[in-house]
Design a protein around this ligand. Structure first.
Ligand code: PDD
Length: 277
């Protein structure tokens, strides 16, 4: 495997991280996961724009355009001959003696490497079961930060329950997102999903769904919904770079509608598939 470290392409076994890298010690860094379909990074510019947003919010001094990151990632795809898969990319504040405040003049450290990401075809065809989890994460979920412990603990809870995802809620009137996905409900042929504020990650796939919905004349609204709205929805689905569009057929043991993937979820999924043809 060839890995991009800053501006250099190196072998996997040379890709080591310093003990005092702030990403390692404080989770002081940001990341992206990008899909590659047919050798092309999907929605790359959107991912790079969001990366720049995350970097700016935490004041990591790295300019995606100036560094030619888009071209570097294209080279990474070519060097690794990625056809269908993904790229993981992270940028930390860099290496400095351990101290909480941002150090001055530290060079950010970037790593990017190929991910094996297969398409979740079975989950998409059958739908997944989910559990609920009170959202105990911090209040800057809009930053795609390396601090994923709350998400990881929650995904493990879902795994332990043999569920495909856990859905977070701040209180019973306020569902936010999944542990690594955005959540949509369908009610009376209209889509609803949480507004893009500090309580969710503004998913690239989430935004792509708006684009598909416009093309398919499916109305949508970014609006907070409740646990009751969720459980009584006509359809529920999650979206992410890896999940694409995956229907949810059960929440905490309770079926959504008839317990089968619904027609609007399928329509969006078909439109998603068509993109590549
Ligand atoms: N997860 N919400 C959270 C908390 C996420 O971690 C993700 C992505 C999303 C969906 O974002 P997007 O559509 O841009 O992938 C929403 C990535 C894939 C991950 O951590 O693996």
């Amino acid at each position: 495997m060839i890995v991009l470290k800053n501006n250099d392409f190196i072998e996997r076994n040379e890709a080591t991280i310093d003990m005092e890298d702030r990403g390692h010690q404080f989770g002081d860094g940001v990341y992206e996961v990008v899909r590659v379909y047919d050798g092309e990074a999907f929605l790359l510019q959107d991912h790079l724009d969001r990366l720049q947003y995350s970097l700016n919010e935490v004041e990591i001094n790295y300019d995606v355009n100036q560094q030619g990151l888009s071209q570097l990632l294209q080279q990474l795809i070519e060097k690794n001959k990625i056809n269908d898969g993904g790229i993981y990319l992270q940028i930390t504040r860099g290496v400095a003696p351990r101290n909480h405040p941002y150090p001055e003049d530290t060079q950010p450290v970037l790593f990017a490497y190929p991910l094996q990401l297969s398409r979740p075809l079975k989950a998409q065809a059958q739908g997944i079961t989910t559990i609920l989890q009170k959202d105990f994460r911090w209040l800057r979920c809009d930053i795609k930060s390396l601090n994923l412990l709350g998400n990881v603990m929650t995904k493990q809870k879902a795994s332990n329950a043999n569920a495909g995802e856990a859905i977070f809620y701040r209180d019973e009137n306020h569902v936010t997102e999944g542990s690594s996905t955005n959540v949509f409900i369908v009610k009376d042929d209209k889509l609803y999903t949480h507004p893009a504020d500090n309580l969710i990650l503004n998913g690239i796939t989430r935004r792509y769904i708006f684009h598909l919905a416009n093309q398919l004349n499916i109305p949508y609204e970014e609006k907070v919904f409740s646990l009751t709205d969720l459980k009584e929805a006509d359809e529920v689905f999650i979206t992410s770079t890896s999940a694409e569009v995956t229907p949810v057929v059960e929440i905490e043991g309770q079926k959504i509608a008839n317990g089968q993937p619904g027609p609007i979820s399928k329509k969006l999924l078909d439109a998603f598939f068509e993109y590549k043809n």
